[in-house]
Design a protein around this ligand. Structure first.
Ligand SMILES: O=C(O)CCC(=O)C(=O)O
Ligand SMILES: [Fe+2]
Length: 314
């Protein structure tokens, strides 16, 4: 009675993977097994020790400064892609977000910083640039491990070239006493993979395969790596793609960020031929991710919990 251990996400430590800048192969193999299993069983895991506590703290400070800017300044963050610039919406009243495309390209961070702080903010620039490089490295490592686990190495380089990235920074204000505590509604990520970080306030909840909701609490410099629907289209549904949401509690604002990898427009998302056999019949038709996003945002796909399956499922 009450003795069942609470479910916890698998924790995978990447800090020993490289010694003197070269990969330790036996550690690579052991982490690879854990990563692949976690993405099949949970669709996510905690990646620990990817950045230093100091770097994480300077990014946390940067986010607070950014969201404290006047709304008219934040509105300068625009994008051709819906929801990639500054977002505020009555549908998610606690939520506010901004985006930097391909943030490991220094010029993209500089352009964003120039818009927000014409008088300059060198600390913001430097911390976001270093941080984004680390996140991109983690993204590549995790994907390479999954590709290797399934004998798909030959596709890896090509897939990485057809990927673009978005660093989305988010603030959730605390709800008023008569307001809902939902910060972000239940959804799956439709992109390839997301690397999330939340501050000490917490609030991220992930649904397990048994439908139980797990309130995620991780170390201050850890990330939660989450498989997205596009990844599962490539792999014909072999991964678990978890529903997740943000539920606020307490009276403090919450800050989080997500490093989203997305298939570039005009390069079709399609299942690898090797992933289809009698036991695994083809589950998805090829599609263009940018076209899907138009459907998602304009034709009400966003209302559906199964938007991508509705769009391209067989
Ligand atoms: O703020 C968070 O922790 C989650 C954000 C999220 O799930 C998303 O933007 O897709
Ligand atoms: Fe999400």
């Amino acid at each position: 009675m009450g003795s069942e251990a609470p479910i916890k996400l698998p924790v995978i430590d990447f800090s020993q993977l490289k010694t003197n800048n070269s990969i330790n192969l036996s550690i690579w193999e052991s982490i690879k097994t854990d990563v692949f299993k976690a993405l099949i069983d949970y669709g996510c895991f905690e990646a620990s020790s990817v950045v230093s506590i100091d770097l994480q703290e300077s990014v946390n400070d940067a986010l607070k400064q950014l969201f404290d800017l006047p709304t008219e300044t934040k509105l300068r963050n625009t994008s051709e892609t819906a929801f990639h610039g500054y977002v505020r919406s009555p549908k998610v009243p606690l939520y506010e977000s901004m985006g930097i495309g391909n943030p490991f390209i220094p010029e993209n961070v500089d352009n964003f910083a120039d818009l927000m702080w014409p008088q300059d903010n060198p600390k913001f620039r430097e911390s976001i640039k270093t941080y984004s490089k680390k996140l991109r490295e983690l993204d590549e490592i995790v994907k390479k491990m999954v590709f290797e686990s399934l004998g798909l190495e030959k596709y890896f380089g090509e897939q990485m070239k057809s990927t673009s990235y978005l660093l989305k920074v988010m603030k959730y204000r605390a709800p008023e006493p008569n307001e809902s505590d939902i910060g972000l509604h239940t959804h799956t990520d439709t992109n390839i993979m997301t690397i999330l970080h939340q501050d000490e306030i917490g609030g991220l909840e992930i649904q397990m395969k048994n439908e139980e909701w797990l309130r995620v609490k991780v170390s201050p410099n850890s990330f939660i790596v989450v498989a997205g629907e596009t990844f599962n289209v490539w792999l014909n549904g072999r991964l678990h793609v978890p529903f997740h949401r943000v539920v606020m509690n307490g009276n403090m604002a919450r800050y989080s960020l997500g490093f989203f990898s997305v298939q570039r427009a005009s390069i079709l998302v399609k299942t690898f031929y090797e992933m289809v056999d009698e036991e695994h019949p083809l589950r998805y038709k090829p599609f263009d991710y940018a076209e899907f996003l138009k459907f998602f945002y304009k034709e009400g796909g966003i209302q559906s919990k199964f938007a991508l399956k509705n769009y391209c499922g067989i």
